[in-house]
Design a binder for this molecule. Structure first.
Ligand SMILES: Cc1cc2nc3c(=O)[nH]c(=O)nc-3n(C[C@H](O)[C@H](O)[C@H](O)COP(=O)(O)O)c2cc1C
Length: 216
């Protein structure tokens, strides 16, 4: 009996070492150069923009993810580092985290790269609605108050909400152009999600946005 227990403990130990080594293997993803030509005409995209709440589990190709993030808040003027979405005083305080099956990443606009944050599938925590965990991607918008140069917390909340809105609308327009499905969401258990994401005291979740393809 003692021997069996000893073997079971060893096996458990080996398994947990294997798992943690595997978890550390989440690597940065260099996104391909965004394709910034084409897409549907703006007026048609505005006609088609809508919220969807039925998602298939179909993943999007890396090129589509690259184009989506550039549209959301990528650098569109490299000489100044300014972005496709405006921010108050150009504070650029909104970070985009990506919750996907393989883990949580942070979008770094300047290098157009996904930086690994957590080797864990936290999609189910990205929102209280059941479709959230089925979609391939949930964008989580996080404001970093330390980048906002002035104002009370109430004013910082206002700037963060407004600046998130521009990014979310860019995502809506991109999805309409690509025939993809999306919905921006406030219905989130923010304290639990922030804790899981290991956010710092200056970081505030503003909204989340599910992105993918409509269920057929
Ligand atoms: C700030 C904000 C928060 C929202 N929160 C949620 C949400 O938690 N869950 C959801 O299913 N939709 C959410 N929505 C989407 C709205 O319900 C949707 O935009 C609205 O019903 C209009 O539909 P449309 O986007 O198709 O025009 C939110 C939209 C905004 C702008």
């Amino acid at each position: 009996m003692k021997k069996i227990l000893f073997f079971a403990t060893c096996l458990g130990l080996v398994f947990s070492i294997f798992c943690s080594a595997f978890a550390e293997e989440l690597k940065p993803i260099q996104l391909p150069k965004p394709q910034v030509d084409g897409g549907k005409p703006l007026m048609q995209v505005l006609k088609e923009r809508s919220s969807s709440r039925e998602f298939s589990s179909q993943k999007m190709p890396l090129q589509v993810l690259s184009n989506l993030l550039w549209a959301a808040s990528g650098v569109n003027r490299p000489e100044s580092g300014r972005r496709t979405a405006p921010t108050a005083a150009n504070w650029q305080e909104i970070d985009i985290y990506l919750a996907m099956a393989e883990g949580l990443y942070l979008y770094e606009a300047k290098s157009h790269l996904l930086k690994p944050v957590l080797a864990e599938d936290i999609r189910a925590l990205a929102g209280r609605q059941s479709f959230v965990k089925d979609a391939p991607l949930n964008l989580i918008y996080v404001a970093d108050f330390s980048r906002i140069g002035r104002g009370t917390n109430e004013e910082k909340d206002f700037f963060s909400a407004a600046d998130t809105g521009f990014i979310a609308q860019n995502v809506y327009l991109f999805c309409a152009s690509e025939g993809m499905a999306t919905v921006v969401r406030a219905n989130i258990d923010k304290p639990t999600l922030a804790k899981t994401m290991k956010l710092g005291p200056d970081q505030r979740i503003t909204l989340s946005q599910t992105v993918g393809y409509a269920k057929k």
